[in-house]
Design a protein around this ligand. Structure first.
Ligand code: ADE
Ligand code: ZN
Length: 337
């Protein structure tokens, strides 16, 4: 079995995926047409040509615009279902997806319309494709904490269906400290806590996410490598980092995948996972991220196996559920190493 086949077939989980970032241009056009919404591009090719970004904000501007064609519950369902069909082909057995309620409520779409469409697709994915899942809702950090509190309120009636809250959007100038109070309330309500930190922002933001927000997972966290004390802390606590290599490349967080410091991070004892972030925009789904990194920095089957195990260990599944998946990874590895 080639390394590529090994990567695509090994059982794995995805822990950092914005469902609005899985919205492929073809489907965007189709939904825009049926909702009679004008978009500023004339063709799928034109859209794809616009996917050249110099930084996070340039991407976010296009990403929020793309999400603007989602109006009805079915639109959210179709977008989510398309993602599930994609990952089913590459043996992703569990996924923990983000959605951005404020991207929709801010343009007059009801929280429940967006949520129900996503949720129904995830339930169908579990039943028809056998993909287990968790849903995490993210607060947009460029908005204020009042808006985040309103979003948390809207989520409360779906509390049994939303595992956690996160923090995303433009990082620089919007430190975790801005959201201390709403994260505290979310913790009291029983939500798991995660936050994007140290993607473009400094290591200081990772400290804040740990100490002020009390997160149990850091999304990205690359910039932690600038701070030795922080690395030691993350390693000691086995704090999972949900790394997204193709995202980092497309958003110019790194210049070349050959510089991806994954081996250094692992050598320092960090709990690393690989993820796709916004695959429709960054050139590949989960396995493509594994594959491109593997080729760039020469990962072995054993390295891939460890990363696949980490993806389940760092999930919000129960310990018993994790063990079932870890056994599947182990059997696959023993048969195909
Ligand atoms: N929203 C979608 N993708 C994101 C990313 N990579 N960073 C911050 N916010 C996002
Ligand atoms: Zn992200």
């Amino acid at each position: 079995m080639t390394l590529k086949e090994f990567i695509y077939q090994i059982p794995k989980a995805e822990l950092h995926l914005h469902i609005e970032g899985s919205f492929e241009p073809e489907l965007m056009f189709e939904i825009a047409k049926r909702n009679k919404i004008e978009i500023k591009f004339n063709s799928v090719e034109e859209v794809k040509a616009a996917y050249e970004f110099n930084n996070l904000q340039e991407f976010l501007d296009i990403y929020y615009e793309g999400a603007g064609v989602l109006i009805h519950e079915k639109d959210f369902y179709d977008m989510t279902w398309a993602y599930l069909e994609k990952i089913h082909q590459e043996n992703v057995l569990h996924t923990e997806i983000f959605f951005d309620p404020q991207t929709h409520t801010d343009r007059g779409i009801d929280f429940d319309v967006a949520f129900n469409g996503i949720y129904k697709a995830m339930e169908d994915g579990k039943e028809k494709l056998g993909i287990s899942y968790k849903i995490i809702m993210c607060f947009l950090r460029h908005l204020d904490e009042v808006s985040a509190f309103e979003t948390l309120d809207s989520a409360l009636k779906h509390k049994d269906k939303i595992i956690g809250v996160g923090l995303d959007s433009g990082e620089l100038g919007n430190p975790p400290s801005k959201f201390q109070n709403v994260f505290k309330k979310a913790a009291q309500e029983g939500f798991e806590l995660v936050a994007h930190a140290g993607e473009e922002g400094p290591a200081e933001y990772v400290w804040e996410a740990l100490d002020l927000l009390n997160v149990s997972r850091i999304d990205h966290g690359n910039r932690s490598m600038d701070d030795e004390k922080l690395v030691a802390r993350l390693a000691k606590e086995q704090m999972p980092l949900t790394l997204c290599p193709l995202s980092n490349l497309k958003l110019c967080v790194i210049d070349d995948l050959k510089d991806y410091p994954l081996k250094e991070m692992i050598a320092k004892g960090l709990m690393c996972t690989l993820n796709s972030d916004d695959p429709a925009y960054f050139g590949g789904y989960l396995s493509q991220n594994y594959e491109d990194v593997a080729n760039a920095i020469d990962l072995s089957k054993e390295d891939i196996y460890e990363l696949a195990k980490n993806s389940f260990k760092a999930s919000y599944l129960t310990e018993a559920e994790k063990q079932v998946y870890l056994n599947k990874v182990e059997s696959f590895y023993q048969e195909n190493k």
